[in-house]
Ligand binder design. Sequence first.
Ligand SMILES: [Zn+2]
Length: 226
Amino acid sequence: MAAGWNRDHVSRGITQGGKISQETFIDTYDPSVLRRVQYMLYEIKWSNNKKPWQSCCHSTRTEHAEIHFIEDVFQEQRSDPSAHCSITWYMSWSPCGDCCKEIRDFLKDQPNVNLVIYVARIYWHKEETNRQGLRSLVNIGVTIRVMDLPVYRYCWRTFVDDEDKYEDYWPRHFAPWIMLYSLELQSILQNIPSCLEISSGENQTPVFSLCVENDQQKRALTSANP
Ligand SMILES: [Zn+2]
C-alpha cells in the first residue's frame, strides 16, 4: 500500500495483506444488526492486466470508504488511462447521498470505468437524499444489488484472512433480511414509498418488518417475485 495513504482507513480488522478478519467480516456484514463503521471490500480489474487488485478498507470518523477509494486507492492503482477498468465494491452500508454525488463526478471523469456495488444494508433508507443518490447512480449505468448468499460466500473466499478460516460460509439465516433489503432497494429504484420498517426491539436490537400500504408497493412486491 502507498505510503501517502491515510492508514486510518485500514486500521480496524484488516490485515497487513489487505484482508478482512473473519470476526470483522461476520460482524460488520450481518444485515440483521446495524453497525456504525462502514466496510468496503473492493476488486479492480484492468483490461490490460489479468490479475485483479483486491483489498479492503473502512470508513473513519471524518470520511466514508467511497471517498478513500476514489481519492486514494484508485489514484494509486490507476495504470493506462485508456485501459478499461471494472470495479466491484462489496459494502456493509450502501453509499449515502453525498458519496453518490462524488461517485457520479468520479465516473464522469473516468469514462473507461464501470462500477458494480453490492450492499449488505441500505444506509438511512428513508432519507430522500440517499434514495435519490442511489437512483442517480443507476441512471448513469452503475449496478446496485443487495448481497445474496453466493455473494457472501464469494467475499468469504476472496477477502477474508485465511488464518483459522472455516471451510465455507453460507449464512442462510440472513435470507429474510436479504429479502427485505432487496425489496427496499427495488422500491428505491422504482421511486415508490419505502416498504421497510426498522424499529428498536429488546436490548436495542433492530426489528425489521415489511409494510405494504398502497398499490404501488404491492405492485413492486409482485414484480420482485421471480
Ligand atoms: Zn457517504
